[in-house]
Design a protein around this ligand. Structure first.
Ligand code: FCB
Length: 455
């Protein structure tokens, strides 16, 4: 079979996040997600993260699975309330110990740990003080980052400050579909600023504590396509690109917040004409701290028809003309070329020195068949076609260094609860049995060959 080879040293990994897999909620402080899960109707199946994949109890087995797959790297997140149950002050030694043991286990298995410091599980105690709408939370984040870097930094070189600040701010604070579940357009923008600011402040602190650290941030990016050539659709495309992509990329790469967006928010009376009040002198410089890599989470494109932001119902802008067979069970269109478009665009417009795909994957519920295999052909195809587009981007000069499949395990998919399965490993939530899906077996081959099938 003809294959496309990836560069030597390319990092093949899988990703998870703390709240989605860890369980063991009794042994940590509460986060905004624990509270959000208690809100009637907030989670599709009424579930929560108390048990999840019982990863805290089963991590040794999970690392053995990773080893079986031949993973070169594992991206996981540290739960802030497991380390600092009330967000600041009193440290939990058993909490820190857990990550210590996980890291040791990974290294013993030859797997490079990539640590994400914040994957949305803010300590509830900090939410009571305003959460991310308060500047003090950004300060608390830096203290927390320092504690984790001090403990793990002798063994962990790769650090991601934040996962998808867009989702944490806009989906959590404006659409209200995620914790903390508020609907406040200005609060969402303020949140985005404090998330980015805490990133900018944390990067030098991590570098000071970790020899040869590589520090970056992960953004969820999506190509925006205008529904038609009509000028109103073109205008809408630019606006949504500004809101979704440039609002985060521009400040991280030293351009400050995009002016057209500030103007737009001012026209809608979301922010004053003088700008976002939360942005103080020096903040944009802090956010612009050079990073060692940008992480990109890619799932789909958006096809844009309207420009009525900030109306919440306009968030889901997928192309209604895409046949159902071309969507995953999340309803997200399968559009592999969008990964190439995104990588090339970021490379040309922002030129980060290195890029990782820190998440990419698909929700399909395919379970075990009679012979015990899990024939998730659609996920396998999804991964194959997206790997091919990553390869194409590398050929076009994009400095893509690695690729993390979302997700290692089926897990708690936020407001969708356990209704959506993204894992390459099947999890039976009753028995906690794990089983490699066919996509995992395919991935094992890709990793072993460091190549994808050409067709
Ligand atoms: C991303 C999140 C991740 C997971 C996938 C499906 O937005 O970072 O936790 O939920 O989507």
């Amino acid at each position: 079979m003809k294959t496309r080879a990836f560069p030597g040293g390319f990092v093949w990994g899988a990703a998870t996040s703390a709240f989605q897999i860890e369980g063991a909620a009794d042994s940590r402080g509460e986060s905004i997600w624990d509270e959000f899960c208690r809100r009637p109707g907030a989670i599709e199946d009424g579930s929560d993260g108390r048990r999840a994949c019982e990863h805290v109890q089963r991590f040794e087995h999970d690392v053995a699975l990773m080893r079986e797959l031949g993973l070169g790297a594992y991206r996981f997140s540290v739960s802030w309330p497991r380390v600092l149950p009330t967000g600041r002050g009193q440290l939990s030694e058993p909490g820190l110990d857990f990550y210590d043991r996980l890291v040791d286990r990974l290294l013993a298995a030859g797997i490079t740990p990539f640590v994400t410091l914040y994957h949305w599980d803010l300590p509830l105690a900090l939410q009571r003080e305003g959460g991310w709408t308060a500047r003090s939370t950004a300060e608390a984040f830096v203290d927390y980052a320092r504690i984790v870097a001090k403990r793990l930094g002798d063994r962990v070189r790769h650090w991601v400050t934040h996962n998808e600040p867009r989702v944490a701010s806009m989906v959590g604070h404006h659409l209200g579909r995620h914790a903390p579940g508020t609907q406040d357009a200005l609060g969402a923008l303020t949140t985005s600023h404090h998330l980015l600011l805490s990133h900018g402040w944390a990067v030098p602190e991590i570098r000071a504590l970790v020899p040869k650290a590589e520090v970056g941030i992960t953004l969820d990016l999506a190509p925006m396509h205008a529904a038609t050539a009509a000028s109103e659709h073109q205008k809408a495309r630019r606006l949504h690109d500004g809101h979704f992509n440039r609002w985060f990329l521009d400040p991280v790469f030293g351009r400050g917040y995009p002016r057209d967006m500030l103007r737009h928010f001012a026209e809608r009376e979301v922010v004053p004409a003088s700008g976002l009040p939360a942005v103080l002198p020096g903040d944009e410089d802090a956010i612009a701290v050079p990073i060692d890599f940008l992480g990109i989470n890619y799932y789909r494109r958006n096809v844009v028809r309207t420009e009525s932001f900030p109306e919440p119902e306009d968030e889901e802008l997928w192309d209604p003309s895409a046949p159902l067979s071309e969507r995953t069970e999340m309803g997200w269109e399968v559009y592999p070329e969008g990964l190439w478009e995104t990588l090339v665009r970021v490379h040309l417009d922002y030129a980060p020195s290195a890029l990782y795909v820190t998440e990419n994957g698909a929700s399909y519920s395919t379970g075990p068949s009679e012979d015990g295999s899990v024939p998730d052909v659609l996920r396998l195809d999804f991964l194959r076609t997206h790997f091919q587009q990553a390869h194409r981007a590398i050929e076009d000069g994009v400095p893509l260094r690695g690729y993390f499949v979302w997700s290692l395990l089926d897990n708690f998919e936020w407001d969708r609860g356990y209704t959506q399965r993204f894992g390459i490993v099947w999890v039976d939530y009753e028995t906690q049995e794990r089983r490699l899906k066919d996509s995992a077996l395919f991935y094992r081959r890709v990793i072993a060959d460091n190549a994808v099938p050409a067709e």
